[in-house]
Design a protein around this ligand. Sequence first.
Ligand SMILES: NC(=O)c1ccc[n+]([C@@H]2O[C@H](COP(=O)([O-])OP(=O)(O)OC[C@H]3O[C@@H](n4cnc5c(N)ncnc54)[C@H](O)[C@@H]3O)[C@@H](O)[C@H]2O)c1
Length: 485
Amino acid sequence: MTPFKNKILFVGYGAVAECTLPILFKHLAVAPENVTVMDFEDRAEKLKPWIAKGVKWVRDRVTEKNMGSLLGKFVAKGDVVIDLAWNIDACEILDWCHRRGVMYINTSTELWDPYAAGAKQHPTEKTLYWRHMNVRRMMAKWKAKGPTAVLEHGANPGLISHFTKQGLLDIAAASLADKKFKVKDAERIAELARTQAWNHLAQQLGVKVIHCSERDTQISDKPKQVDEFVNTWSIEGFREEGQTTSELGWGTHEKELPAHAHKHKEGPRNQICLARMGMDVWVRTWVPNYTVRGMVVRHGEAFTISDHLTVWEKGKATYRPTVHYAYCPSDAAVASLNEMRGYDYKLNDNQRIMNDDITQGSDILGALIMGHPYKSWWTGSDLSIEESRRLVPHQNATTMQVAISVVAATVWMVQNPEMGVVVPDDLPHEFVLGLAKPYLGTFISTPSDWTPLKHYKNPFPGYNRPEFDVKDPWQFKNFLVKDGE
Ligand SMILES: NC(=O)c1ccc[n+]([C@@H]2O[C@H](COP(=O)([O-])OP(=O)(O)OC[C@H]3O[C@@H](n4cnc5c(N)ncnc54)[C@H](O)[C@@H]3O)[C@@H](O)[C@H]2O)c1
């Protein structure tokens, strides 16, 4: 166990934090009295067993006005902030931690008020890409890297970057064993895998598209009521990301932009965004062993994975896969979203995060890596509700995958305290997966002959105009569910 003598502050004690706290104590030797938990809702009852062990509880809210003075009461140089709240401005909290030598971790890059600029703001300015550029601009003004701050290290973003690396290595090993490449190419692939040159390895394997594909099959014995929003994790977090621009890492193999696409003008320009809500952009995808329709909800991994896998030559991006999330949430969440669409996207006040009422199901979450000699390859976690309860009672599979990732990255951070700001792709996948795998249920890494056109049948042949590229199955237009199909 890694020893840690300094203080830890949890900001937010919701679904993910509740699962994170007990696992953190299993992997970090920290005295309970050095851990403080803060939330503006009353969490004293839920924290009772931990308070009895010495954990400190504070009911308060981090706001734009009080952030520095409030955090300063609980953490100083060498301490850690674990931010599992929502809508705390990432630049401001990062800068505060940087200046005071405090380590920091979060699971998403947020703003004080993501709705403040209103509907008229240009779609590119609403994006996570824009937020990442702001973080980069701020960091460029710092004189030193400073204390480690791990951005966006949950399940996805987070583990998904490590699943992608593991998947690339597994495709390389299998294709060498199966002699899928000519001798010269095989030698290069072996060398790129050995040196973990991820971008060149992905290029050499022929990878065109990577989905973070997820199907949540957890169901409850308490059906969703009329006028109730039910989910397996933060409802506010889901609403915020679902109702804004869809975002994609945009591959160099793509021939045509989808409708309503916008490009960025600065930075690596590895992404596009759509002037459409992510929750209304549907794509065909696959998890073992289901064909799924998922939503292209914007997520950090679409930015960081596509950025890290880009091959640059003389300032030009010569290779990059298309990367995005394809999310099929629980049945209750799908029904809740549909009810919300009917109410012109107004969120119900009546909300429930499923937990002890879950009767069966799994969260199946992984990297679907496509375009290489096996067509598709899926690497990730199939975690059942039974297994997550065995690991930590009263938790669900969705929060478990996030929590173990937060713990793994926190342990890495205290072992590596002066790395500056990093994203999941910068962390060693062997370390993170080594710690996380015992909590991920069945770890799967498997080929599949799935393509987005594999099961397509035209219901009105000759009477509609399906827009597919049959010559190249990996074009985004083949995944995207459109009119006229
Ligand atoms: N990367 C991933 O895989 C992933 C997955 C799930 C959730 N998340 C993110 O993790 C965060 C937590 O998710 P969750 O499901 O636990 O959400 P949740 O809504 O269950 O819990 C968040 C808690 O934070 C508290 N809170 C919010 N703002 C606060 C503030 N300013 N000060 C103090 N307390 C505050 C809320 O009262 C709530 O108890 C969210 O930002 C969510 O988007 C990331």
